[in-house]
Write a new protein. Structure first.
Length: 220
């Protein structure tokens, strides 16, 4: 997989080195040569000193050959511009953008070419809630500007789905159970999978089906 990462700060650099270590072809784009000079970049990572907000720079970097673009700079405006150019000008299949300021998260949607946005404060909040909540639906990740969500719910002892199979539940057509975490093991869900108390259920839902899934799993 060929991945282009805009921004050679701590976040972008870590992503580049980590992806390269797992066998991906990685390109790191950074406009400040001093940042590049100081960075501990893994051997084999391609480095392009250029402004990722400029079409000509991205064309010179061959962005049209990338499978994924990650906009990981420390500036939300730059990340939005990079995402839009990657999607509209170069047709990159998957664009992931870093959200630096949580109040800007609503901007990071398909209108700006963003397939997936990552807001660290919101992700930490979700993980904290997931760690302490039973019977409460917690949003882990959002896709397509929040229209599609990965959610998690830990089943309480009195949850209505205990001892019932997935095939017997009226799961909405625009939602699906994607995994069940049970006693530190992952259960890949099938129609005959039986829910147990304490199961952590991961589901992909839409904004319209989220409440129905919560009611089915947790009750009223």
């Amino acid at each position: 997989m060929r991945v282009a990462i805009a921004g050679a700060g701590n976040v972008g650099l870590f992503i580049a080195n980590d992806l390269h270590a797992t066998g991906n072809q990685v390109q790191l784009i950074e406009q400040n040569p001093d940042v590049v000079a100081r960075a501990d970049i893994a051997e084999g990572v391609e480095v392009v000193v250029a402004d990722a907000c400029e079409v000509s720079s991205l064309r010179g970097a061959g962005l049209e050959r990338c499978d994924v673009v990650v906009a990981a700079t420390g500036d939300d405006e730059d990340n939005l511009v990079i995402s839009l150019l990657a999607k509209q000008e170069f047709g990159v299949p998957r664009v992931i953008a870093r959200v630096n300021h949580p109040e800007n998260e609503w901007l990071f949607n398909e209108n700006w070419g963003v397939d997936l946005s990552v807001s660290t404060p919101h992700l930490i909040t979700a993980l904290v809630e997931e760690a302490v909540s039973v019977g409460r639906l917690v949003r882990i990740l959002q896709f397509e500007g929040g229209n599609v969500r990965l959610v998690e719910l830990t089943l309480a002892d009195d949850a209505p789905v205990i001892d019932r199979a997935i095939k017997d539940l009226d799961i909405p057509r625009d939602a699906t159970i994607v995994a069940v975490l049970r006693r530190e093991h992952v259960v890949m869900p099938r129609g005959d999978t039986i829910f147990e108390a304490g199961d952590e259920v991961l589901a992909m839902v839409t904004a319209d089906s989220e409440e129905d899934v919560r009611r089915i799993l947790a009750g009223d």
